[in-house]
Ligand binder design. Structure first.
Ligand code: 5GP
Ligand code: MN
Length: 375
């Protein structure tokens, strides 16, 4: 089981930065917890993305390799674009199989929380998980984690939870137990959270991790194609419609806003995951600093936000939409109508101008003042 040589040590046998980031005592503590546990549950946030599913499934593969009885339990269904991941069909979905999930959680010796920082991000699964009497470990890269676990690995500077899981595995000396399937799940989370190494990918360690995963024979091209560049016919048309008809640019605030209501979604046969990536598109417009997307879901308005140049969209999501996330990628939920949600943002926009760089405050040139949005 001890296999950190080569991976963690530079040729001169100095410790590499990759394992210095993880406290070795804490890594040992986690390894002890794993050894002492027979039944282990891996869980993540609601509306799981590539990093949430990638990190939980990566642990699942690793733990099964170690002979553990592991189960991934998620609050609701994952998007079909992730169905290529090995182990995907074995995921237990609370909204589909509540009783099974409850029994599995109740019987667990340990629960590992991946890719979220507070119990409320699990919606209706939260009370089930929180009432479990077993030991709990947090593995996450969001800012300001709540203290709700016995052991916490929180690294907001990391690109993804999957990057953190890789480093943890390495620090526990378990790299040798990483199978091709495990590596595939890890690289999927890294690829989705960095949009194939185009954001949050400054740190050189990330490329060493990529190299170590490629050594496990992962098919990176397939991962990028399946997780980022494959979509349904209706999803592509919905994105085109959203950009052409429902995007409004606020030049003075360097903001783009896209809203999609129930009618829009029905007209384009919307399915879960179909608007993934849409929020990034307005950032392609020269002069736009941040982009907000609002979607009228059945129970709330789901808000997604992305930015460039360090503009803190996480603040907007925290202040206005009961949410949070990362500085340049955040989200939230609004309980009210889509119009109220939109008006709330538009009214608040001037308050966030202070985060624009000086030369950005003059407003953007080259963007027509008439927006594409009709309503
Ligand atoms: P997305 O826009 O892809 O849904 O989420 C982007 C980022 O914001 C993710 O890191 C996600 O964890 C975070 N995020 C999305 N929705 C919420 C939310 O409702 N609450 C909080 N606290 N974070 C969110
Ligand atoms: Mn993530």
């Amino acid at each position: 089981m001890d296999d950190d040589a080569g991976l963690l040590r530079a040729p001169d046998s100095q410790h590499h930065a990759m394992d210095r980031l993880i406290d070795s005592d804490k890594a040992k503590e986690f390894l002890t917890l794993i050894k002492e546990s027979e039944r282990i549950v891996l869980t993540c946030h609601v509306r799981p993305d590539g990093d949430a599913i990638g990190s939980t499934l990566a642990f699942w593969h690793l733990l099964r390799q170690l002979g553990k009885d592991a189960t991934v339990v998620v609050p609701d269904k994952a998007p079909q674009t992730l169905s290529f991941l090995p182990g995907f069909k074995d995921i237990a979905v609370y909204t589909c199989h509540a009783r099974y999930c409850e029994n599995t959680v109740a019987a667990a010796d340990m629960i590992v929380f991946c890719d979220f920082n507070t119990p409320s991000r699990q919606d209706s699964l939260a009370p089930v998980i929180q009432s479990a009497p077993c030991r709990k470990v947090l593995v996450d890269h969001h800012q300001e984690p709540a203290q709700f676990t016995d052991l916490t690995f929180s690294f907001p500077d990391m690109s993804s939870t999957c990057e953190l899981v890789f480093r943890l595995i390495a620090a526990m000396g378990l790299y040798g137990d990483v199978s091709r399937d495990c590596a595939t799940c890890l690289l999927t989370g890294i690829v989705t959270d960095t949009r194939n190494f185009s954001v949050n990918c400054k740190h050189h360690d990330l490329y060493e991790i990529l190299m170590r995963l490629l050594e496990k024979d992962v098919d990176k091209e397939r991962i990028v194609r399946e997780a980022l560049n494959t979509r349904s016919y209706w999803s592509l048309r919905l994105e085109a419609y959203a950009i052409s008809e429902k995007m409004r640019i606020f030049q003075n605030h360097r903001c783009s806003l896209i809203t999609l209501d129930r009618n829009d979604l029905e007209n384009y046969h919307y399915e879960r995951g179909d608007t993934e990536g849409l929020v990034n598109r307005p950032l392609e417009i020269k002069g736009v600093v941040y982009s907000i997307f609002m979607r009228e879901d059945a129970d709330c308005v789901k808000v997604s936000a992305r930015s460039i140049d360090g503009f803190p969209v996480s603040e907007i999501c925290k202040d206005l939409f009961n949410g949070g996330g990362h500085i340049q990628a955040a989200g939230g939920e609004f309980y009210g109508s889509l119009d109220e949600c939109r008006d709330l943002l538009i009214e608040a926009m001037p308050r966030y101008d202070k985060y624009l760089k000086k030369d950005q405050r003059a407003g953007a040139e080259g963007i027509p003042s008439a927006s594409t949005q009709t309503s």
